[in-house]
Design a protein around this ligand. Structure first.
Ligand SMILES: C[S@@+](CC[C@H](N)C(=O)[O-])C[C@H]1O[C@@H](n2cnc3c(N)ncnc32)[C@H](O)[C@@H]1O
Length: 234
């Protein structure tokens, strides 16, 4: 695996090369790349497999935040096709692809911003999210994590698979570029754009603990998708 130093050097190089590239609106970004999306994400195949393996066998009702075309669900339903999933995604074209792939599954599609979606109270065996929440600042996630906690049945889990910053320098650098790019293009706060602003593991787990979760397991993966199992203790 490449060293942190090499990784940061390459990241800085990429940020410099793309400094003039304007930000794209979140849903437009994924719609424009829909045809190649699943091929592009195939580098995370092993992590999708692990993610599905970490969902407890007993789960029956699952909420997936940012489900996209359902790559994590491909693996989850392969293990148990009866798990009922509600998938929330703001990109209609990604959801449409999921519906075409899995028309035979117990799936409810919700085309909505997950920060606006009401997940209910004490309802889900598990809430899951894969490679979606690293696009948002901690303040937004703090409130969402509290609502996820309250929406789980006692004993339920929040399974989060996401891009985690390798160090504070990466977190701080990406956040400052994100803020600068938004300001340059005068993008209002309520508009979502596609740009990665991952937190370090320490900061991500701090947000989860603040919401009431107990962190039970953290699995870093070679492809940089870290899987965190956070439980609402019964
Ligand atoms: C990189 S894709 C991951 C999709 C899927 N989980 C997977 O791993 O293939 C991120 C997804 O999150 C969705 N997304 C981003 N922000 C969102 C928000 N605020 N509310 C709902 N969906 C969102 C995007 O539309 C996109 O489908």
């Amino acid at each position: 695996m490449e060293s942190r130093e090499t990784y940061m050097k390459q990241l800085k190089q990429w940020l410099s090369e793309t400094s003039g590239t304007p930000l794209e609106e979140m849903s437009d970004f994924f719609t424009a790349r829909l045809d190649d999306y699943e091929a592009h994400m195939s580098v995370w195949a092993a992590s999708y497999q692990s993610f599905a393996g970490m969902l407890p066998e007993s789960c029956r009702e699952v909420l997936d935040l940012g489900c996209g075309t359902g790559l994590e669900l491909d693996h989850i339903w392969q293990k148990n096709p009866d798990i009922a999933v509600t998938g929330v995604d703001l990109c209609g074209s990604m959801l449409q692809k999921l519906l075409e792939k899995h028309s035979d599954k117990p799936f409810t599609a919700v085309c909505q911003d997950y920060f606006e979606y009401d997940p209910g109270c004490g309802k889900w065996d598990a809430v899951i999210s894969f490679e979606s929440l690293h696009h948002f600042l901690p303040d937004r996630k703090r409130d969402l994590y509290r609502r996820i906690f309250g929406s789980l049945k006692p004993g339920g889990i929040f399974l989060l698979g996401d891009y985690i910053a390798c160090c504070e320098e990466e977190e701080t650098l990406l956040r400052s570029v994100y803020i600068q790019k938004r300001e340059q293009s005068a993008i209002p706060d309520h508009r979502f754009v596609h740009f990665d602003i991952p937190l370090t593991l320490e900061h991500e787990t701090e947000l989860l603990r603040d919401a009431g979760f107990v962190i039970e397991h953290v699995q870093p993966n070679p492809d940089n998708a870290t899987i965190i199992t956070a439980r609402r203790r019964g």
